[in-house]
Design a protein around this ligand. Structure first.
Ligand SMILES: [Zn+2]
Length: 292
């Protein structure tokens, strides 16, 4: 029997085998890669798979947001880090309604009381009267007219106090305090009580030269009886016509700071005096209206 022989020898068979194997592997790899590319493209069209590098990596903005979310912003960290924290604004003090923000421009309306002491540099042109008293020269003519008219009606008013220096006021105040000390009050109580009757130096209206104390010649005591004299009754009704007001009425002590003094008259000028008299108000009330 004739053995059928192959037309390829052993070496040629090996080379052919290798060729087909490599070709088959290449084909398989190609098919695989093509199929992967197809899937990626399809998904990209549906928008579910990022197609660019910038979509895969976080953007600079994203990173910044994440950092600032963790690290406090400078202004938030300031209270702890700042060496000198801003001082808190001080709460405004409630203004004392007794204290004038500003004195009126008119000399005759100047307010002096325990809350509004006289300006240390205030200069007065005084006129000395025959009886030794002194008052502001500008308030003198009307005072003289008032006294003359009262006397013309048979009354006998006399001045018992007028311009007073600061030193004179200090002496008066000390005398009053001593009276209360002698009566057994403590020093603090005595000063408080004295201030109701004698102005603390610097706060007396007599420093202005615009205030006068007037009493009846026949009754010169500075007490409650004084208000019943015909001289006081006439002054209460007529003084405003001459520009003078009853400065410390009985029902205004909380505003004036001084108890009722029927003898104390103050020059404010005829216009203001008339309004104050007609309205039954005190100088403090008049100025509160006038200055607003
Ligand atoms: Zn007085």
């Amino acid at each position: 029997m004739k053995k059928k022989t192959s037309k390829y020898n052993g070496t040629q068979k090996f080379i052919l085998f290798c060729f087909f194997t490599i070709a088959l592997a290449s084909l398989a790899l190609t098919v695989f890669l093509l199929s992967k590319a197809f899937v990626v493209t399809r998904d990209a069209e549906e928008g579910t798979v990022p197609t660019t590098l910038t979509e895969v990596l976080p953007s600079a903005e994203d990173i910044k947001d994440k950092i600032t979310a963790v690290v406090p912003k400078p202004e938030e960290a300031a209270p702890e880090l700042s060496a000198e924290p801003e001082p808190a604004p001080e709460p405004e003090e409630a203004a004392d309604p007794h204290v004038l923000k500003k004195q009126p421009d008119e000399w005759n309306l100047m307010l002096v009381n325990q809350w509004n002491p006289i300006d240390r540099n205030y200069e007065i042109d005084l006129i000395e009267l025959n009886n030794g008293h002194s008052i502001d020269r500008r308030a003198y003519p009307d005072l003289q007219d008032m006294m003359d008219d009262a006397r013309a009606e048979g009354l006998k008013p006399i001045l018992c106090s007028s311009y007073r220096s600061n030193q004179k006021q200090r002496d008066l105040f000390a005398n009053q305090v001593n009276k209360y000390l002698a009566a057994g009050l403590t020093e603090e109580e005595a000063e408080l009580e004295a201030a109701k009757w004698v102005a603390i130096p610097g706060t007396s209206e007599h420093h202005t030269g615009l205030a006068v104390d007037i009493v009846a010649l026949d009754y010169q005591l500075l007490d409650e009886g004084q208000q019943n004299t015909p001289e006081q009754q006439w002054l209460r009704e007529n003084s405003y016509k001459y520009g003078y007001i009853l400065r410390y009425p009985p029902d205004k002590s909380d505003l004036t700071g001084i108890n009722f003094e029927t003898w104390h008259y103050r020059y404010v000028g005829k216009e203001a005096a008339q309004e104050i008299h007609e309205k039954g108000i005190c100088l403090e009330e008049y100025l509160a209206e006038y200055m607003n």
